[in-house]
Design a protein around this ligand. Structure first.
Ligand code: BT5
Length: 274
């Protein structure tokens, strides 16, 4: 597959001087953009440096999961950020990334996008983007965060491995047309910078409001798997640390900081009292 829609020189020219993207490391193939960005950040690369790859051989999700990263069709990028945040507030950055990605995809595919806690961007209810934030802290501050973003742009259904065929989608699958990765990635960095400034200057509330407005799971009964534990309840919202607030069947309010969420279908014809 060609990667004519992702050109290193054009990207560098168009991103020169931008808050996010002023320094671009482009790879036609890499193990993981997050690993590369982590090394660059540890060696002192400044905030706003980005790593972009046309394919990944070891694309990663959370908990050692794999991120399917074939060449020529998708976006794989990692952004170095050095926010003035306490480590416990670092999940605000993943929430922000979800908002920025969803808003930019909405420009290409209006009214199809929504968010699922903690970090999934869904197009017509299927996963179109995954976000993996990794951080290094020193003393009680964040030293840097690597914000890894994978977006399925032009991948066909036939190119997807069997295990994600029912749960994943791409912009091209949902719109029936090919989309320029270059245009999308430039728009993404621009939008990410807009939300990052809002967070740094005005705090988390605007980001949180926008996230809540795009997350239909709020108000629904959900189940969260976290390690071997499973909890369910009504999703009430998220807090300042990006944790999910749940109201359990026993009327207890609990916070969950990490896990995988499923919206539970309400059973019809409940027996009274159940
Ligand atoms: C994520 O993990 O969703 C985070 C994915 C982050 C990927 C980016 S790409 C650039 C950067 N460099 C990296 O190495 N990683 C980041 P998680 O929530 O754990 O979801 C992983 C699960 O999503 C897998 O176990 C599959 O079920 C599914 N999956 C794998 N590849 C997919 C794809 N391309 N599209 C949709 N779903 C996928």
């Amino acid at each position: 597959m060609c990667n004519m829609d992702l050109n290193e020189e054009t990207l560098k020219n168009k991103l020169a001087g931008k808050l996010i993207g002023h320094k671009v490391y482009y790879f036609s193939e890499i193990d993981s953009t997050n690993d590369e960005a982590f090394e660059l950040a540890a060696a002192g690369s400044p905030e706003g440096t980005v790593v972009i790859a046309n394919s990944q051989t070891k694309g990663k999700g959370r908990l050692q999961r794999e991120w399917h990263s074939p060449s020529g069709s998708n976006i794989y990028t990692s952004i170095i950020l050095r926010p003035d945040l306490k480590p416990e507030n670092a999940p605000q950055i993943s929430i922000l990334a979800g908002v920025a990605v969803a808003e930019i995809i909405d420009n290409f595919c209006p009214d199809m996008i929504n968010l699922k806690w903690p970090n999934d961007v869904l197009l017509q209810g299927k996963k179109v983007c995954g976000i993996l934030a990794q951080m290094k802290t020193s003393a009680s501050r964040v030293d840097f965060i690597i914000l890894g973003i994978g977006i399925n742009v032009n991948i066909d259904y036939n190119q997807m491995p069997q295990d994600i065929k029912n749960t994943a989608t791409s912009l091209a699958i949902e719109t029936g047309r090919k989309i320029s990765r270059q245009e999308l990635i430039i728009g993404l960095y621009e939008n990410m910078a807009k939300w990052y400034k809002k967070l740094m200057e005005g705090g988390f509330s605007a980001v949180k409001e926008k996230w809540l407005s795009m997350a239909p799971m709020i108000g629904q009964r959900v189940q969260i798997m976290s390690g071997n534990e499973v909890v369910s309840g009504k999703a009430l919202g998220i807090d300042e640390q990006g944790s999910l607030l749940l109201l359990t069947a026993e009327n207890r309010r609990i916070k969950i900081s990490a896990g995988d969420a499923t919206i539970l279908k309400e059973t019809q014809n409940n027996v009274a009292g159940n």
